[in-house]
Design a protein around this ligand. Structure first.
Ligand SMILES: C[C@](O)(CO)[C@H](O)COP(=O)(O)OP(=O)(O)OC[C@H]1O[C@@H](n2ccc(N)nc2=O)[C@H](O)[C@@H]1O
Ligand SMILES: Nc1ncnc2c1ncn2[C@@H]1O[C@H](COP(=O)(O)OP(=O)(O)OP(=O)(O)O)[C@@H](O)[C@H]1O
Length: 280
């Protein structure tokens, strides 16, 4: 049996360039893994069995882990069955990529337990089949991502920064947020075009999806203003929301009903996976 950490991500900046003919949006985003994590155990078994500590997460074929197993088998032609258990701590519908991270972690784990039939490139293709955010989680933790998110420029780790994830009592649907995105309503901002242009201690923090997300959930705009009024200068939504990121070490005062997760940036060494103890 192996036990692996499955970390959340934040999008430190997320620029949406426009809608493509295939329905997806073209992005440029600085992705970073953080210490908030799920724990996944994987072992070989007589038949597939998926269980989860959170009863609100489906354990059928719609679970990203089941999709990852199917994508692995399609390429490896290996029919070994696995018992997989997810201990969830990452809130879902949050823009923290929890389901995507679980899928990448399982791709890494079953490939390792099966003596690595898939190459790194095969794993990336299997990952993209599951979702746009999944390939990033096969990186070492800091990357400038383009395209749907699958064109990954790995970077050296950024400076350690404490942050706070604030999770409202409501979630947001990724397709719904993208559907409301209007490029014309977005403020033009300059952003680094290459990973090598990004400084470890100085990078922009913004999210072009805040406009549509705040339209769906106006409370989120009030929450952002509330944190800015407490003196934080970097407050932004991650992914398609609904979680907000508040950068800084001081613990923020929370609006009623919100949950709070202190976190920090993490990375992994190539050829290993995220350690279960490397997260808070
Ligand atoms: C918002 C982010 O989390 C930023 O990292 C991602 O772009 C979302 O990635 P994800 O959750 O893996 O999304 P997917 O499962 O691939 O796509 C769900 C839906 O989101 C929309 N979608 C997603 C990614 C993208 N680049 N453009 C899109 O328009 C599409 O409507 C798609 O049908
Ligand atoms: N392994 C999984 N973990 C969490 N949710 C899952 C998983 N598999 C399927 N889901 C479903 O996917 C939905 C979105 O979960 P996820 O954690 O990926 O959201 P998210 O934080 O919005 O992610 P993203 O940033 O990738 O859009 C959940 O509401 C849940 O029903």
């Amino acid at each position: 049996m192996i036990t692996l950490a499955s970390p959340a991500k934040v999008n430190l900046f997320l620029r949406v360039l426009g809608k493509r003919t295939d329905g997806y949006h073209e992005l440029v985003s600085l992705f970073q893994t953080i210490s908030l994590k799920d724990i996944i155990t994987i072992e070989k078994a007589e038949q597939d069995q998926l269980s989860c500590s959170d009863p609100s997460v489906p354990t059928d074929q719609t679970n990203t882990v089941a999709k990852a197993l199917a994508a692995f088998r399609k390429r490896s032609h290996d029919s070994t069955s696995f018992r997989i258990h997810l201990t969830k701590q990452i809130p879902h519908g949050a823009g923290l990529g929890g389901g995507s991270s679980n899928a990448a972690t399982v791709l890494f784990g079953v490939n390792a337990l099966s003596s690595a039939p898939l190459s790194g490139q095969d794993l990336l293709q299997a990952a993209l089949e599951v979702g746009s955010d999944v390939p990033f989680f096969l990186s070492t933790g800091t990357a400038l991502c383009k395209g749907r998110g699958e064109i990954i420029e790995e970077m050296t780790p950024l400076n350690e920064e404490p942050l706070h994830i604030v999770m409202p009592s409501f979630t947001l649907s990724t397709p719904r947020v993208y559907n409301l995105f209007q490029a014309a309503k977005c403020r033009e901002r300059s952003y680094p075009q290459k990973g090598s242009d990004i400084e470890a201690e100085n990078y922009p923090c913004f999210n072009d999806l805040e406009g549509p997300a705040f339209e769906i959930a106006p409370l989120l705009r009030d929450y952002k203003s509330f944190f800015l009024s407490q003196g934080y200068d970097r407050v932004f939504m991650t992914g398609s929301g609904s979680a907000l990121v508040v950068m800084g070490s001081k613990e923020p005062l929370l609006p009623p009903g919100c949950r709070h997760f202190p976190a920090r940036f993490i990375s992994r060494a190539p050829a290993t996976w995220y350690h279960t103890e490397s997260a808070s």
